[in-house]
Design a protein around this ligand. Structure first.
Ligand code: PLP
Ligand code: COI
Length: 360
């Protein structure tokens, strides 16, 4: 039986004037819409009590498992307002499928993809006035499932809760579409073989925060993590996948080795690449290969990609005290890829892949 999200509140609680003020400078994840989607799961009843409710504080007992053992998974996707005012999602079923895979890895209940899609579309419809229409702006949607049970035994919880919250956003990095400096962490890892690297769970991000602080202290915006086992292959960034472009027209990204999040942006770029004139290659890539390629000119570009970051060119990789600067290229591939992607997302060009879904 599909879940029905009953509407507990459908009022707009924020004035149009307040919305305009937020849209003037939304930042990323600072403001939240008037509503949220909620659903409850118990071992006995499965998923039930689904609703769209007012965005509000949640009440949990301190014994709730999520606070102790981090049994939590989340997603990130965006709703885009097009020039004609209509609102669209980008590959939302891929996020629903990934949430289900992450849930399975974290021993959390899997929300059926159809119910995931209902939760997203119902929330976006109710909060449609919160979808900004400015350049590169969107409504960032954050679905998440948590272990809710008030129990300290270390075992999968018997009760869980699912929520979707939404936040109007501009660019993830301050300063607009600009290139970023990246800190390569030589001593910490975010994930290891058999671990949760391929799942989108809070614990992976918690593991990345100390290195993120080090990156910031080094004047860098993000951390690039290496494979935990050999410390030589590149995995991904703290919250983005990693690509390089070669002088021979190859678009290289680390293969999905179980430690890397299978990014939907990553997958979309790999699928677009041949149509743009690049040869996509997924394989193991060592840090030495990248640094050597930057030095001898065989690697011309590097970029980060993800829902939040879209496609963000990398200006330099900092390894210890050494700064390895990428060359300045005219008409970089990264910006052409970015443009093609956002043009599809905002409906400015045809979507030959069938990725975009209209909400309202
Ligand atoms: N890798 C990590 C660790 C991320 O947090 C994200 C962001 O979601 C990505 C990669 C990119 O994934 P996607 O393109 O699906 O947003
Ligand atoms: C996303 O891109 O959706 C993420 O979850 C990554 C995070 C840096 C916001």
């Amino acid at each position: 039986m599909p879940l029905e999200f009953s509407i507990r509140d459908d009022q707009q609680h924020t004035s149009q004037q307040e919305l305009e003020a937020i849209f003037a400078d939304p930042g990323f994840g600072k403001h939240f819409t008037d509503h949220m989607a909620v659903a409850t799961w118990t071992k006995e009843e499965g998923w039930h009590d689904a609703a769209i409710d007012r965005y509000s504080e949640l009440s949990f007992t301190p014994g709730s498992a999520v606070f102790h053992y981090g049994q939590e998974v989340f997603e990130g996707l965006k709703a885009y307002r097009r020039a004609d005012g209509s609102i669209w999602l980008f590959r939302p079923e891929a996020n629903g499928e990934r949430l289900a895979r992450s849930s399975q890895r974290l021993a959390l209940p899997e929300l059926p993809v159809a119910d995931f899609l209902t939760s997203i579309t119902e929330l976006v419809k109710i909060d449609r006035n919160w979808v900004p229409g400015g350049a590169e702006q969107s409504l960032y949607l954050r679905p998440f499932t948590i272990a809710h049970e008030d129990f300290l035994g270390v075992r999968p919880a018997h009760t869980a809760a699912y929520y979707v919250i939404a936040s109007p956003v501009g660019g993830y990095f301050t300063g607009g579409v600009t290139s970023v400096d990246i800190w390569v962490s030589l001593d910490s890892a975010r994930a290891g073989a058999g671990g949760t690297g391929a799942a989108k769970c809070g614990g992976n991000y918690a593991a990345s925060l100390l290195a993120t602080r080090q990156a910031q202290e080094q004047g860098c915006s993000q951390v690039l993590f290496l494979d935990a086992a050999d410390r030589s292959h590149i995995d991904e960034l703290g919250g983005m996948n990693f690509f390089v472009v070669t002088a021979q027209g190859q678009l290289l990204t680390p293969e999905l080795n179980g430690n890397i999040l299978p990014g939907i942006t990553r997958d979309s770029i790999l699928r677009m690449a041949p149509d743009l004139g690049l040869e996509p290659v997924e394989r193991g890539i060592t840090l030495d290969e990248v640094l050597g390629g930057i030095a001898d000119g065989t690697i011309t570009e590097a970029f980060a990609c993800g829902t939040a970051a879209v496609v963000t060119p990398i200006r330099s990789l900092k390894v210890g005290e050494q700064v390895h600067s990428l060359p300045q290229v005219d008409s970089p591939w990264s910006l052409r890829i970015r443009q093609n992607l956002v043009d599809i997302q905002y409906g400015r060009i045809e979507d030959p892949y069938g990725w975009t879904v209209r909400v309202c």
